[in-house]
Design a protein around this ligand. Structure first.
Ligand SMILES: NC(=O)c1ccc[n+]([C@@H]2O[C@H](COP(=O)([O-])OP(=O)(O)OC[C@H]3O[C@@H](n4cnc5c(N)ncnc54)[C@H](O)[C@@H]3O)[C@@H](O)[C@H]2O)c1
Length: 346
């Protein structure tokens, strides 16, 4: 079988820790080209993977015969670069948050449809073993009707992660559009939509910058969410959780609770109201603490969806619905009113 020719656009941290490693481990693909605006970075990565290097993604799309592209760029470039790649005939795996507005997300979806190409958003939390197991347990009725949840994703901030360090685009509103809520909160919005199998209809949010100085985006955000069936819960995102990362979720139901990534030893703990406790030791969640490394399954899933011509688990529509939750949180923070998502998600 001929291998899929892949290009990775943006050679920063997530490209180096996840996309490039996992493409290289996939025997059905060849990393044909890489692009980064920082020439030295593009050269280093190009040499490491034996790929042609570019500093201008438009030249890459013009010169190379590429089947699929990973967009690993600052948030403001997700939509324009994905759209150009789709129009150049490539399938696209785009990092999160999908775009900076609903309109951009809609344009991406429409362009994928027009060109008959896959568009997948890299919400890796859906593939984490404890999350997959929790979804199974909820669907099987193990905890009965779900009433509430709390979820948090926080760490000390992206300065130790981003290729740009303390001066990173992550802190600049014109390039990131949103801070911790878009970096981390959107993962949890997507996770909860997925494991609860429900859409959120109301969002109240405090999206604040109260920790880091000289940044133009939020670094601490807390939201209250209400789903279509009336499940209510909180979602927190932070770049000021020190010294340890918190990546936990607790789901409360009629017959018990599920604690996901909340226990140092067990990735999932099911505590039932009849006294039973089941501890699950499943695979590890990806964490900035270990450099984000480990098999996210995102890349293999994207490649399989192309080879088998199946719909990826996280389509553009799914990415857009998760984006709408954080857009609702921003609106609520600005207006000091609850944002209704019903009109925008249905
Ligand atoms: N799924 C996840 O768990 C996860 C984790 C971290 C980051 N991300 C996302 O991945 C994306 C990239 O984040 P990162 O952590 O790799 O950031 P980063 O700062 O480490 O890297 C960004 C790279 O993009 C390059 N770049 C900027 N403008 C460019 C342009 N016009 N053309 C080519 N290259 C350009 C920069 O030089 C840099 O190398 C972001 O959207 C982020 O939200 C996702």
């Amino acid at each position: 079988m001929t291998k899929l020719k892949i290009a990775v656009i943006g050679c920063g941290s997530i490209a180096q820790h996840r996309h490039l490693l996992e493409y290289e481990a996939n025997t059905n693909v060849e990393i044909a080209a890489v692009c980064d605006i920082v020439e030295e970075r593009a050269r280093k990565i190009g040499q490491l993977y034996g790929a042609t290097l570019y500093t201008d993604y438009k030249e890459l799309l013009e010169n190379e015969d590429i089947d699929a592209v990973s967009v690993c760029l600052p948030n403001y470039l997700h939509a324009p670069v994905s759209i150009d790649a789709l129009n150049a005939g490539c399938h696209v795996l785009c990092e999160k948050p999908m775009a900076t507005s609903k309109e951009e997300a809609e344009d991406m979806i429409q362009t994928a449809e027009q060109n008959g190409k896959k568009l997948m958003i890299a919400h890796n939390q859906r593939f984490v073993p404890s999350h997959v197991k929790a979804k199974e347990l909820i669907e099987s009725g193990a905890i009965g009707k779900v009433y509430s949840f709390r979820t948090a994703f926080g760490h000390g901030g992206p300065e130790g992660w981003s290729a740009e360090g303390e001066d990173s685009w992550f802190f600049k509103k014109d390039q990131a559009f949103i801070g911790a809520m878009g970096d981390l909160g959107v993962h949890k919005a997507d996770l909860l939509r997925y494991i609860l199998n429900e859409e959120f209809v109301d969002v109240a949010g405090f999206v604040e910058n109260n920790a880091k100085e000289d940044i133009t985006v939020d670094d601490n955000a807390v939201c209250i969410l209400r789903s279509q069936s009336g499940i209510v819960g909180t979602m927190a995102a932070s770049w000021a959780y020190n010294p340890n990362e918190d990546n936990s979720t607790v789901i409360y139901g009629e017959k018990g609770m599920l604690r996901l990534e909340d226990d140092p030893e067990y990735s999932l703990v099911a505590q039932y109201t009849n006294g039973d406790v089941v501890n699950y030791q499943l695979g590890k969640i990806q964490s900035n603490d270990d450099g984000g490394q480990s098999d996210s399954k995102v890349i293999d899933h994207f490649v399989d969806s192309i080879l088998n011509d199946t719909e990826p688990l996280i389509t553009g529509e799914e990415g857009m619905k998760s984006l709408e939750v954080i857009l609702g949180a921003i609106r609520s923070g600005e207006t000091r009113e609850i944002s209704s998502l019903e009109k925008v998600t249905k």
